[in-house]
Design a protein around this ligand. Sequence first.
Ligand code: ZN
Length: 61
Amino acid sequence: MAGILPFCKPKSSGKHRGNTLCRHGHHKWVTDKERVFDTKRGQLVTRLCCKRCAAVKTKLL
Ligand SMILES: [Zn+2]
């Protein structure tokens, strides 16, 4: 089961606090070990999420 990892959940202080770097596009990406299947692309991708703001993106393998 591909649940949401703890570090993908931002602290309750809010998404916009202390995320100046994030807002400038410099996220602290960490790799989710679960590979997910991107149905749009039709292939497996690696999921990354930002440690600070919990933004999520996927990366092609
Ligand atoms: Zn971020």
